[in-house]
Design a protein around this ligand. Structure first.
Ligand SMILES: [Cu+2]
Length: 118
């Protein structure tokens, strides 16, 4: 019985080590950034930003946190960069870090998605 536990323990350990090693190897082609998107108001804003960024070349995953007002983006630095990502967010009407929302896109947002809409 003891040996079975040992086998499981060593299996688990080797898995933990290998998954750790592979995640650090992947970091070379993967960057993760958190962009402050203070002007988002609701789930519609979240969808709007996620949809726009998902279509962007080099963006691997997007997650907008409405409560924290942050946008987490995982991207391939060989294909895109943080400036481009901020511009995409600005292009759909939201402030992204220091980049102000494009006024045309902002004005086109439904009233509930504009500043103070909720
Ligand atoms: Cu909204």
């Amino acid at each position: 019985m003891k040996s079975i536990i040992l086998v499981f323990a060593s299996l688990f350990l080797s898995f933990a080590i290998s998954s750790c090693a592979s995640s650090s190897a992947a970091n070379a082609s993967k960057n993760e950034v958190v962009i402050k998107t203070e002007t988002i108001q609701c789930g519609m804003c979240k969808e709007r930003i996620e949809e726009a960024l998902t279509q962007e070349k080099g963006v691997k995953s997007v997650n907008v946190d409405v409560d924290k007002k942050e946008t987490m983006v995982v991207f391939n630095p060989a294909k895109t960069n943080i400036e481009t990502i901020r511009k995409v967010i600005s292009g759909v009407g939201y402030d992204a870090d220091g980049v102000e929302a494009e006024s045309g896109a902002y004005n086109a947002l439904p009233a509930c998605c504009q500043k103070g809409g909720h």
